[in-house]
Design a protein around this ligand. Structure first.
Ligand code: AMP
Length: 216
């Protein structure tokens, strides 16, 4: 499986990304984690991006694209599957990523969109701040990260819908319920993915499904 996660900050993409990667035995490539690791190790790349991270701004596209190209080459050697979490963050990255993946014959099968409202996201991020002490989990920076998500990241959801690879899930539910719904949908899709071309596929919206079965 080759999966992209598109989600606002605080929607649980790190948690769900790790669970999906573990379930399918594929690498979990999280651009935020990779960047934070560079900052912690004070590498030249880390020093170049640390201000962007603490202000909640996106780091330059070329930096993340190069980082992900390297990770994709490693993922290809391990079988070619991946869960990419935190990228693409804008339409330029989406197009460039598509080109990189095309060259490596690793274009995504599924773009998984985790949906949550700003109020819930802010509540979760502030709760996480006390636990993890991330420099970008202050109220002001959270507001900026959510604004960037709405302005430049969310529009790429439509691009994936038009490619027929979008699956939308309601992320404002307990982690295990969200995970179960995601894994059930991905397992159901798995046998079809290599046989049904993207252009005949339709976006899948599972956001009303939990409520329909009295799970909310
Ligand atoms: P995340 O852990 O995905 O919330 O990312 C934390 C921070 O890392 C973001 O606020 C950005 O500063 C930076 N970042 C992560 N992924 C990207 C990306 N694909 N493009 C630009 N900046 C990114």
């Amino acid at each position: 499986m080759r999966i992209l996660l598109v989600a606002p900050p605080g929607a649980g993409k790190g948690t769900q990304g790790a669970l999906i990667a573990n379930h399918f035995g594929i690498p979990h490539i999280a651009t935020g984690d990779l960047l934070r690791d560079h900052v912690a190790r004070r590498t030249p790349l880390g020093r170049a991006v640390q201000d962007h991270l603490s202000r909640g701004e996106l780091v330059p596209d070329e930096i993340v694209l190069e980082m992900v190209r390297t990770e994709f080459i490693a993922a290809k050697a391990e079988g070619g599957g991946y869960v990419l979490d935190g990228m693409p963050r804008n339409i330029t990255q989406a197009r460039a990523l598509y080109e990189i993946a095309l060259t490596l014959e690793m274009t995504a099968n599924v773009a998984l969109h985790l949906k949550a409202d700003d109020e819930e996201l802010t509540r979760r991020l502030l709760a996480r701040a006390t636990l993890e002490g991330r420099s970008d989990d202050t109220e002001e920076v959270i507001r900026r990260r959510l604004a960037i998500y709405h302005e430049v990241t969310h529009p790429i959801v439509d691009w994936y819908a038009s490619r027929g690879i979008l699956v939308s899930v309601d992320a404002v539910r307990p982690v295990d319920r969200v995970a179960r719904q995601i894994l059930t949908a991905l397992e159901a899709m798995r046998p079809l993915i290599d046989h049904v071309p993207e252009h005949v596929r339709q976006p899948i919206d599972l956001t009303g499904l939990g409520a329909a079965f009295g799970q909310d």
